[in-house]
Design a protein around this ligand. Structure first.
Ligand code: AP5
Length: 189
């Protein structure tokens, strides 16, 4: 069972590359940002609670996100593996993955979980996001998302490096070059 986590700052290409790798590996691409945005647009109770945080560029509280991910990963398509894009994003979310979501066959201790860190300079991130123009892609929110990433998500690089599960990938290249590099790292032939 292949289990892949995409780390990386906003705009580093997590969503773009996670979708491509999911297609190659034939496992679901699960983006917490996409699930939250779908809840916001359907105005569900979860979406109503999440919206204020997302509009500010802050993380949605762990408990809301943990329940949501746990539910999604119970679905049949996720039983043969998954790619998580934008989750975990805090050390406590990463601990939740270790405790609850990994295989019961012991692969939680190293095994098949792989974490990808996409590395892209800040000026390129800001340029990409401003060009895209999603609801949370304005300068103020982008600045806050980058700060939150540095404070709360970047520590996961060390977390997964310490466990021998990290692949550092230069994301400041063409989309096809990044995909080729990821394919080599995650699914060597
Ligand atoms: P989320 O949706 O995860 O947004 P993000 O982390 O800010 O990431 P982005 O989607 O902006 O960027 P990306 O790295 O996926 O890059 P993409 O491929 O889109 O989260 C949004 C919000 O939801 C958070 O702020 C938070 O509030 C909440 N949230 C989500 N998960 C949470 C969690 N676990 N806990 C708590 N809260 C959570 O690419 C960006 C652009 O660049 C695109 O236009 C793309 O076409 C372009 N691009 C990509 N690759 C390249 C390339 N190689 N060359 C040129 N352009 C490229």
């Amino acid at each position: 069972m292949q289990q892949v986590i995409f780390l990386g700052p906003p705009g580093s290409g997590k969503g773009t590359q996670a979708a491509r790798i999911a297609e190659i590996l034939q496992i679901p691409h699960i983006s917490t940002g996409d699930i939250l945005r779908a809840n916001v647009s359907r105005e569900t109770p979860l979406g109503q609670q999440a919206k204020t945080y997302m509009d500010r560029g802050d993380l949605v509280p762990d408990q809301l996100v943990l329940d949501m991910v746990e539910e999604r990963l119970k679905e049949p398509d996720a039983q043969k593996g998954w790619i998580l894009d934008g989750f975990p994003r805090t050390v406590s979310q990463a601990e939740f993955v270790e405790e609850k979501l990994l295989d019961s066959d012991g692969s939680s201790s190293g095994g098949e979980l792989q974490a990808i860190n996409l590395d892209v300079p800040d000026d390129v991130l800001v340029e990409r996001l401003l060009a895209r123009g999603r609801q949370d892609d304005n300068e103020e929110t982008i600045r806050r998302r980058l700060q939150v990433y540095r404070e709360q998500t970047a520590p996961l690089i060390e977390f997964y490096s310490d466990r021998g599960q990290l692949h550092d990938v230069d994301g400041d290249r063409s989309m096809d070059e990044v995909t080729a590099c990821l394919k080599k790292a995650i699914a060597p032939e």
